[in-house]
Design a binder for this molecule. Structure first.
Ligand SMILES: [Zn+2]
Length: 150
């Protein structure tokens, strides 16, 4: 099973809303489950590792948006179990949190598109260079954002 195949399954499995990426496939206790090639993945963990990078050993991924079916890497942050429990306790206040808006210009987007096409650099790496969230770069790549810029 190649990572690209799993990725294709993953990227067909959610719907993007202004704050969250809603997982549309199977769920376990509210958390998205990605099944691909006979293997089960936790969809939000897969998303984080795909767009951001490896989750540090021993840490949980926290949903900053308190929406367990969300797979938006902007809404996910590694944390300890205790922090996770604290999040749940204040869940009422945090609902509706949205990723920070970016300050991309048309020129920067053109540069990003060029990098995506012509370089071997990862989404996370390009995101760091431009100071934006990896999901923004990912959206540019898939055409969900800035599709009018060529
Ligand atoms: Zn979310």
């Amino acid at each position: 099973m190649k990572i690209e195949d799993v990725r294709a399954h993953f990227e067909a499995g959610f719907r993007v809303t202004p704050g969250c990426w809603e997982w549309l496939r199977g769920k376990d206790r509210g958390y998205g489950i990605l099944k691909s090639g006979g293997v089960k993945y936790k969809a939000y963990r897969f998303s984080y590792e795909l767009y951001v990078g490896p989750i540090p050993p021993g840490l949980h991924l926290r949903h900053l948006c308190n929406n367990p079916s969300c797979v938006n890497p902007d809404n996910l942050k590694p944390g300890t179990h205790a922090e996770n429990m604290k999040d749940i306790a204040v869940s009422g206040k945090k609902k509706g949190q949205r990723p920070s808006t970016t300050v991309l210009t048309e020129e920067k987007v053109r540069e990003i598109k060029k990098l995506l096409k012509e370089s071997q650099r990862t989404v996370g790496c390009i995101a760091k260079q431009f100071g934006v969230c990896p999901s923004t770069i990912s959206h540019i790549r898939t055409g969900r954002l800035w599709s009018d810029i060529i």
